[in-house]
Design a protein around this ligand. Structure first.
Ligand code: NAD
Length: 476
């Protein structure tokens, strides 16, 4: 199926793009072009920001029944959930069963969650310590530029769009060129939900367009998810402008297996998968450094080897796919480069490490496990963003904590143990923004984000709403 659009969603309606520039979307399963859309230019971004500015400044959105609008938007998205799952899986290689669970559902869940959260009063009266009353108001930050990566385009988009709209902000979304098709379905849902004009605008484009929005004079706040490198660039620019910014960046998290952990794949397989290899390893929070006690090192390596080798690597649109292709040929080369480096630095590949036999199309990489690696190895320091795990031995819990914390990143992580209390105690010692005990799944009700090079600020939960609000104190 070929998907084609010729207009952009700007100011609440389909609008002619300012130029003839186009983005072609290529299937990671076959290498064939599966869609084409207009590429937004600076002029289109200007139009989007102007529309968002007008919607924010004018009467309307702030006084609108936003909760009702968010719920209508959720319904319109839900009505298209199969379309979202299909388009995301077709573009970035996410197995469609996973896309159907996550990408097709998370946006509506978030919209309804934030609709509920704004039901309360956004102004609170406190007795002043110096007499009188102080009224503390939560006001929307303004026009938001939401810059989104390709790996979870809908989920990560809505981690910005839902709280920003709930807060009363207006939004310009810039999807990644790799995953633009689903953003047009999103536009159609916004039209059907009758979101007021200019409240949401979508400008498909690449880095240059993202950078243009970051410093745009009409933008008040930047919400960014992507690589640490781009995040540093954006932080630098926002720092100079004193422009609020939320940055969700890369990771290299630790999955710490304690000496009493259950390694029976029949019991832990699904949770292990979600915590270490979900979305073909193209997920920021995965525990790709597996820390194993020396006393059970061989057992852990064997279990992971069996587990990785058992996964069904196939076309992401196949309902039975567990591992699909890498998003692009260039990204597969990058992942293969890391596998070569892991070998060159002395790591032992126990399974995978190649392209799957008999597949001459698509950008597939076998799930790969490295044993006999040290935490200093390049594959343990840098984010690979592919289905590659490294098993690192440790002596005792203190050493496990030291190795886990010896990373530039701090985004996710897990602790695996038969004793959840013991695992919880250890989880508290890990320098990270999020961590799981015997499972890992970001929850909409809890703040998500990273420490160190994994980012600044939080999304999700009430904290994610606060990120799009500013406080005003009125002394009465
Ligand atoms: P990327 O940084 O190349 O691009 C992300 C988005 O930012 C894209 O829309 C891109 O066009 C835009 N962009 C790139 N450079 C920019 C710049 N200098 N200024 C403004 N916009 C810019 O990342 P990617 O390759 O698309 O995504 C993968 C990365 O995202 C990984 O590093 C991954 O860990 C990270 N990620 C983080 C989280 C999280 O929540 N922490 C979640 C998913 C992905």
């Amino acid at each position: 199926m070929f998907t084609r659009y010729d207009s952009l969603y700007l100011g609440g309606a389909w609008a002619a793009p300012a130029s003839d520039a186009r983005i072609a979307v290529v299937s990671p399963n076959t290498g064939e072009t599966i869609g084409e859309v207009p590429e937004a230019t600076h002029a289109d971004a200007d139009a989007a920001v102007t529309a968002a500015r007008r919607a924010f400044d004018g009467p309307g959105w702030r006084d609108h029944d936003r909760a009702a609008a968010l719920r209508r938007f959720a319904d319109a998205i839900e009505a298209r959930k199969d379309g979202f799952a299909h388009l995301v899986a077709a573009q970035n290689g996410m197995p469609i069963a996973f896309a159907s669970q996550l990408e097709a559902n998370f946006p509506a869940t978030l919209l309804r969650y934030y609709a509920d959260l704004i039901a309360g009063d956004q102004e609170e009266a406190r007795p002043g310590l110096l007499g009188g009353t102080v009224r503390v108001r939560r006001e929307p930050v303004g026009v938001v530029a939401a810059i989104v990566p390709w790996n979870f385009p809908q989920t990560l988009g809505f981690m910005k769009i839902a709280p920003a709209l709930a807060a009363g902000c207006t939004v310009v979304v810039k999807p990644s060129p790799e995953t633009v098709l689903d953003s047009f379905l999103l536009a159609q849902a916004a039209i059907d939900a009758e979101l007021p004009a200019g409240v949401l605008n979508i400008v498909p484009g690449g880095r240059d367009l993202g950078a243009y929005l970051v410093t745009h004079p009409g933008v008040d706040k930047v919400g960014f998810t992507g690589s640490t490198e781009a995040g540093r660039d954006i932080a630098e620019k926002c720092g100079r402008l004193l422009r609020p910014v939320t940055l969700e960046l890369g990771g290299k998290s630790a999955a710490i297996v304690l000496d009493d952990a259950d390694l029976d794949l029949a019991t832990i397989g699904q949770d292990l998968f979600l915590a270490t290899l979900a979305n073909n390893g193209q997920t920021c929070y995965l525990g790709t450094r597996v820390l194993a006690p020396r006393t059970r090192y061989t057992e852990v390596v064997d279990a992971l080897t069996e587990f990785a080798a058992s996964l069904n690597v196939t076309d992401s649109l196949d309902p039975d796919a567990q591992i699909g292709p890498m998003v692009s040929a260039r990204h597969r080369e990058r992942v293969e480069g890391y596998i070569a480096k892991g070998r060159a630095e002395g790591g032992r590949v126990t399974t995978g490490g190649r392209r799957p036999a008999g597949r001459d199309q698509g950008w597939f990489v076998e799930p790969t496990v490295f044993a006999d690696v040290d935490n200093d190895a390049t594959i343990c320091r840098e984010e690979i963003f592919g289905p590659v795990l490294a098993v690192i031995p440790y002596r005792d819990e203190d050493e496990a904590v030291r190795i886990a914390n010896d990373s530039d990143f701090g985004l996710g992580g897990t602790v695996w143990s038969a004793d959840p209390q013991r695992a919880l105690s250890l989880a508290r010692r890990i320098e990270t923004g999020t961590i799981g005990v015997n499972r890992y799944l970001p929850d909409p009700a809890a703040p998500f984000g990273g420490v160190k090079a994994s980012g600044i600020g939080r999304e999700l939960g009430p904290e994610g709403l606060a990120a799009y609000q500013q406080l005003k104190s009125i002394y009465c």
